[in-house]
Design a protein around this ligand. Sequence first.
Ligand code: ADP
Ligand code: MG
Length: 262
Amino acid sequence: MSTNSRVGDVILEVSNISLRFGGVKALTDISFDVREHEIRAIIGPNGAGKSSMLNCINGVYAPSEGTITFQGKTFSHMNSRQVAEMGVARTFQNLALFKGMSVLDNIMSGRNLKIKSNLLLQALRIGPAEREEIRHRQFVESIIDFLEIQAYRKTPVGQLPYGLQKRVDLGRALAMEPRILLLDEPMAGMNVEEKQDMCRFILDVNDEFGTTIVLIEHDMGVVMDISDRVVVLDYGKKIGDGTPQEVRNNEDVIRAYLGTGH
Ligand SMILES: Nc1ncnc2c1ncn2[C@@H]1O[C@H](COP(=O)(O)OP(=O)(O)O)[C@@H](O)[C@H]1O
Ligand SMILES: [Mg+2]
């Protein structure tokens, strides 16, 4: 378990969230909080509601009940602009990259989201646009260095191995300089070595940038290794919440999840 001594106050609070799709109750009365600088894992079997939970947090889905509080501001549902303004970025379970575009341009596209959310500010600050552009490019280059993908800057993303594509997706999210990073199965489909690399980058992002991380992950070893606290979902309900150790010893969790060989 990581001993994150920098964990601070609650930055994100999910309160009594329910979400329905027709007759399907994807989420039922889910509450949990996330502390600043924490690595907070969400685990649970397939269909448990993990991705739906992230989609409520970043405004893709509007919950049928409940609220989400970011840095003291409470919302019944978020829109994508508010999410960007709150400093929330995410990666997707199924990659959402532009396969024909270079690594550099894909990461720059994440930066553009941030730029757009600041359009008004930019309009008020009348100054040389080129200087802004240079600053953004430099930031994107620093992410490329950080993720050790300099050799692929100009390579179309579709030509990269899957593990590297996931790393580029992380870079695209980092380009928004998020305070909270939502990662939906960032290690799914990776081999052992790729997983180790991704774990290291997640820990480095958390450590070097102080970014708060909410992580959906299937690999229990990874969850036990890198998360501070874990929420466990099963059939849209929360059945466990605590340190990796506490969750591992929780009878309901063992029955629903750990025992099933996931
Ligand atoms: N857009 C959607 N429309 C209808 N049902 C959905 C939609 N998204 C998710 N669901 C359903 O909600 C439940 C939770 O799905 P999901 O959040 O993807 O689970 P997980 O990420 O834990 O595997 C599942 O029963 C799934 O079929
Ligand atoms: Mg999912």
